[in-house]
Design a protein around this ligand. Sequence first.
Ligand SMILES: *Cc1c(COP(=O)(O)O)cnc(C)c1O
Length: 388
Amino acid sequence: MTQKKPATIAVRTGIETDSQFHAVVPPIYLSTNYSFPSFGDVPKYDYTRSGNPNRGMLELALSELESGSGAVVTNCGTSALNLWVSAFIGPNDLIVAPNDCYGGTYRLFNTRAQKGDFNVLFIDQSDQQALESALAKKPKLVLLETPSNPLVRVVDIEETCKKAHAVDALVAVDNTFMTPIYQKPIELGADFVIHSTTKYINGHSDVIGGVIVTKTKEHAEELAWWGNCIGATGTPFDSYMTLRGIRTLGARMRIHEESSQAILAFLSKQELVGTIYHPSLPEHPGHEVAKKQQSGFGSMLSFEFNGSMEKLKEFVGALTLFSLAESLGGVESLICHPASMTHRAMGEEALKEAGIAQSLLRLSVGLEDSEDLIEDLTNAFNKVQETV
Ligand SMILES: *Cc1c(COP(=O)(O)O)cnc(C)c1O
């Protein structure tokens, strides 16, 4: 049988697997412990930190969606990243990460490196020279985040994996922005895929969660051991909710994308909009690579607001259908000012180096009707222009 398409895997995983009552949708098992059938007879699940049926089903879905051999579901995306470094890196080892990665990832790696847990090098991974000189230092781990946050920079996964593997580094791709609907890093050579399932995977802004999917079975076993050891694993309730969210992943990603395209076309005609960052734009530096490795462009976009900080604040305040909030990938549209919100922990200098300007605004385009979203943006731009 041919491998099913992601949307089908998302809908069908675990359906009709209940042998007791034949429930079509798999039930939730909240029990913290499972009895041993007899003395010394270890059951499949014994204690919920180390494993439980709901987490197992979600791991199966995510592993199949990402073409992996196994997965470990964690209690958040950050703990998935922390689990990854905890399992594979020691005090003298180096990790290479993008300088415009998710703010919390930057804080995690930077703080742990300062404590002496490992070394970290943050670079612009789309800069080939910076990448080559970082790889010459023989890192143990390389993290890619493509498209990155918030500038949606694109890195060539296949090429970078080849170069990293040549120096024996293991590569993980944070695939939170694309999801397996639009990008399959393991098929492009990555050893791991990491998600904040908090975002598109769950998709309803009501669960915090994460996952590491592995290319090899051995890495999955190693990470499962470490996940249990450091207590990074996800709960049954969160796993149940996330699998419920995943059911509609294919359909959601399609509408997210359609609406973003409409909004991009609108933004490109606005006087108050400067540079727009989105991989679908032909002038975006990563456009060609995105076309090669992604089957969609996604619905995260950023733009420079062409006006004073006062006007920017007024614009954001005038919006009614874009909530001013962190996070992304939910059904509701969001607007974020990275420099003062998601990325403030980076500090002024690192922000500047990563090219994240004070005038940058990031949109997570939700599933409201795109005509309503555009009308809302129109009203907000008009309001700011009236007071010029
Ligand atoms: C949100 C996010 C994370 C962190 O995930 P949490 O679930 O918030 O811990 C990591 N990477 C990216 C790209 C994210 O957007």
